[in-house]
Design a protein around this ligand. Sequence first.
Ligand code: CP
Length: 364
Amino acid sequence: MRHLINILDLTVEEIAKLIDVADDIMANPDKYSEVCRHKILATLFYEPSTRTRLSFESAMLSLGGNVLGFSEANSSSAAKGESVADTIAMVCGYADIVAMRHPKEGAPIVAAKHSSVPIINAGDGGHYHPTQTLTDLMTIRHEKGRFNGLTIGFCGDLKFGRTVHSLIAAMSRYQNVRFVLISPEELRLPGFVKYEYIEKKGLECIQSRSLEDVIGELDVLYMTRIQKERFVSEDEYFRLKDSYILTAEKMKLAKSDMCVMHPLPRVNEISVAVDDDPRACYFKQAHYGRYIRMALIMKLLGLIKDDVPYEKPDEEEQEIVYGEFTCRNSRCITTTEQELPQAFKLTDKENKIYRCVYCETRRN
Ligand code: CP
């Protein structure tokens, strides 16, 4: 059984096939309207969502299936203190597939360990959001026609922006991709993303504090919201919240075919005047979410005809140590899940760097 916890759980060939299927669903929706008859999707959302939850539910209903779930932790027994492990052990008896969003990083890993049905990570804290990445990749393929050779700029909150982390991981597998990271010092990319997906692979990457200085180089500009809900200090959030605002004036500095993306919701970081620019792709991007999630549900339920065979990538076995270190990330699932052992993987042998198995925070 396959889960989708990290975008790298899917090979590039599988992602290409998912986009093909999503395109076919868009062109021929009737062909797919009964493929999930009698199947049930559970949407377990411990954090707010508009696009991800509703597009998952729309996806399953459009495939002829059914949906159950909750849209806030307080309307579930999590409010009484039930663990993720126990919740999933119950829900996999009620549903055939689960999409879950949780504020704690690594929560979907715990869910997958206790599930007899596929688990889809619909966002875990400031860590990963792989189904947003499928939507993003579908948008890039539609707009640019390729993934190789693109210069992609990420602007805003690169520290807590889980969609950024997943999209960088995904794009790092294509050829000649250049990353341009635009953020204030305080909101730079976390070490695990920079090391694992950029430095270890020797990919080209530049950092800039100014959007105007680099916008002219970009094929894709991925704007992000400053993630208020992840800040410990409200003052810090208010200081940083309007760091970048994409305006019609700034768009004049960009290439005529640059594609502007945003996972949404936006707060103030793209002026509404940009919405009418033909390079603004963010609403299209959100709409693709329904179709790519239809394809993903079909895939994880084994319902894609002639699906590409899964070939596990060759990866060096990582040593895991249990109980030796304690994760210091307050957003890690180890801080709340009962009796979950502390586990760290050796991600960099040369420099003896261990990272938490759940949230990838470096050990003290
Ligand atoms: N892009 C995204 O995850 O949006 P929601 O938070 O509305 O689901």
